[in-house]
Each structure stands twice: as structure tokens, then as C-alpha cells.
Design a protein around this ligand. Sequence first.
Ligand SMILES: Cc1cc2nc3c(=O)[nH]c(=O)nc-3n(C[C@H](O)[C@H](O)[C@H](O)COP(=O)(O)OP(=O)(O)OC[C@H]3O[C@@H](n4cnc5c(N)ncnc54)[C@H](O)[C@@H]3O)c2cc1C
Length: 411
Amino acid sequence: MSTTALGAEAVRTEVRSWLAEHWDPKRDAREWRGLVVDAGWAYPSWPAGWYGRGLDKDGSAVVAAEFAALQAPFGALDVVPGAGQIELQIGANVLIVHGSDRLKRELLRPILMGDERACLLYSEPGAGSDLASIQTRAERDGDEWVVNGQKVWTTVAQHADFGLLIARTDWDQPKHQGISYFILPMHQPGVEVRPLKQMTGDSQFNEVFLTDARMPVHHVVGDVNDGWRVLRTALGFERLVMGSTGTRSRDERRLPVGGSIDLFELAERVGKVHDPLLRQAMVELFILRTVIGWNARRAAEITRQGGFSPAASLGKLAMSRLLHDSAGVADRLLGMTGTLYGEHVPDAHAANYSLMMAFMNSIGGGSDQIQRNIIAERILGLPKDISTDHDLPFRDVPKAAGVRPLGTPAG
Ligand SMILES: Cc1cc2nc3c(=O)[nH]c(=O)nc-3n(C[C@H](O)[C@H](O)[C@H](O)COP(=O)(O)OP(=O)(O)OC[C@H]3O[C@@H](n4cnc5c(N)ncnc54)[C@H](O)[C@@H]3O)c2cc1C
């Protein structure tokens, strides 16, 4: 009988007795993480046998609460989409739903232990919103796949051990077919990463050039040419994470902007806590954040079961609004100081940094306009946009010729 079937009280008893036996605040963090992962408490909603316990969301919430009560880390990370590196979480969840047993055996534990870092090799210079237009190709060569092409906007590629890659494997099929989803080892001569400068001054994302990059034949996730289905699961999870980060703040009195500045605290610091218009604006943001949290829980259930939930698009779009509007309210609280940027004005710096980072949420993982299209079609039932290339073999689809890599001079 699964622990779920035993009910929440039985889960509580079991996790409590396990914690009583194993938890010691002085224990080495890495050793503790290994114990939690192997016991299935880190991702209790995952299947028993794959580092989980097959619990439902109520069971996972019980696990999270019991770990939190002792301030023991790494319990029920699945209750908090976005805990840990987002790309790793996406990779782990994609493997759980679509990966072969061999890939799961090789990769899941290192991912859960935080030993690996991942990046998302999806976007290309000619394929962003319309991802099905990718031209990076993967071809079989004996026991390996050989990859050639260019990716762009690849966050943390410079630190990644593996990339979650989409590449074209059959040019004679229509554009959404003939794509496969792979795990590409990043540390090899065929992978060149070039950082790009963002408006924040950081260089978190990159161009990635793939020239005869290689990976073992079993590194395909799901079936060959069925990568679009796998990608939909991955994008669903990404939207879920981007649409729910920060909505589970344990302290209800906090209202963080982009994770770095708390509007309620800022209002107190600048003496505007009694300003009626700003109070109203902050309460509206608080309500929006709360509703986004509820929506995220609904979408999480569907996405975890391998489904594609348009509710994740709703949450991601609402999160964009929350982040942009929160940064706007922070600037109103700061007044003239809000126009400054630099370490000497920490509040203004944090608010303006958050404002610039808000664009990450409204572009990355599918832009706000694309989320609106999904909501229009999948939730409101409006007709799809006209498409002229949907059924053509990809080979015959008109393409941008000779896309110039960013950062290289024209001519
Ligand atoms: C901070 C950041 C991090 C990123 N990280 C990654 C990453 O790690 N890996 C990765 O692969 N990609 C990443 N991306 C890329 C991101 O997914 C793309 O930028 C995004 O999908 C948009 O594609 P594009 O930039 O090519 O714009 P385009 O697709 O060219 O879109 C341009 C504009 O047209 C609009 N538009 C396009 N098509 C439609 C349509 N059908 N209906 C209505 N409007 C439309 C868009 O909304 C947008 O405003 C990241 C982007 C950002 C900003």
C-alpha cells in the first residue's frame, strides 16, 4: 500500500519517526542531503523507486511542514517549484515523466544532490517564440548523435554540465515533428559558449555554438522525433516555476519584489506606510500574489502528472504583471531616489535591478504575448492563428537564410 493511501496522519507519523531517528543539526549538509534524497523525502510526490514516495500534494505538504518544524533542509522540495536551480528542476521533472530508466539512473541522483548544473538549449537566432522553427540538427553516427547549430539566450550555459537540447532529427517531417529532445554534455570541444551582456550589466545568458558536438545515443529523452511532446512538458514546468516563484513566502507580512526588496519593509523605512494610495497599491499586489499562488498549485498538479496546463501560462503572465507592477510601486515609494542606480543607493538599486529582471519573466520561457495566445486558444477557446507552414515538410518551409550570429560584425 502506498503512503498516500495511508493518509496524511500516517505520513506525518512516518516522517516524524524518520526525522527523530536521523535529523541532527550538526550533521554534514551533504551527507544529510544524500539521506533525504535516498529516503524519498526530497521529492515525495515522485514515484517510489525514483527518489520519491508517490505522495499526493497533501502528503508532500505534510512532509514539508515536518521538515520545516525542525528547520531541517531539503525536505519536500517539490512543494516549492523553483527551489534550487530552475534548469535542474526542469531537467529532473522531464526525466521523471519522459526519461528512459537508464537516463534516470545516470542523472537523477546527481541532479538531486546538486552535483550537476543544467541549461536550456532551445532558442535560436531564427526561432524564439516560434520554437518549432529550430534549425540545429542532430544526426546519428554509430553509437552517438552529432549536433551542429547555434543556440542563443542560453542562461547559465557558462556554468552548465549538461544542456537540455532540442534539435531537428528529421527534415522531411512537418516543423513540430522531426524534433528530438536530448541531454547534451557541455564540457566538450564541440560546445563554445560566448557570454552576452544584459541591460543589468550582468552576463547570465549566452550564445552557444555547437560544432560536431557529440552525445551518446541513449541521451535522447522520449522517442526520436517526438521531442515536441517532451518540450511541452518542460515548458509547462518552466512556466509553472516562473509563475510561482516567491508566492509561498512563509511570512504573510512580506511582499518581496523580485526576491530582493520587501515593499512592506520599504514603506516603513521611507515613512509612507500610511499613504492611502500606496497602501491600496500594495494590497492589490498582495492579493495578486496570493491568487497566483493558488493558481500555481492547481497547475502544478496537472504538470506533475505530465500534462500541459494552460493555467501555468495564466500564472506566468500574472507573475510578469506582479513583478513589473511591484517594481513600479517600489519606485513610487522611493520618490526621486528611485531614479538612481548603484551600490550607494541600495534600495533604489534593488528596485531598479528588479524592474530590469522583470523582463526575464515577461520574455524568457515564452513571452507575455505567447502566453496570451495560449490562454486565448486553450482557455477561452478562440480560433488558432492562421499558419501557412504547419503541415509542410520542414525542408520546404521558407527560412531566414544565413542568420548572422549575434556579436559578429556585418558584411
Ligand atoms: C532573461 C532571458 C533568459 C532566457 N533564457 C533562455 C534559456 O535559458 N534558454 C533558451 O533557449 N532561451 C532563453 N531565453 C529566450 C526566450 O525564450 C526568447 O527570447 C523568447 O521565447 C522570445 O523569442 P525571441 O527573443 O526570438 O523573440 P521573437 O519570437 O522574435 O518575438 C519578438 C516579439 O514578437 C512577439 N511575438 C512573436 N510571435 C508572436 C505571436 N505569434 N503572437 C503575438 N506576438 C508574437 C513576441 O511576444 C515578442 O514581443 C531567454 C530570454 C530572456 C529574456
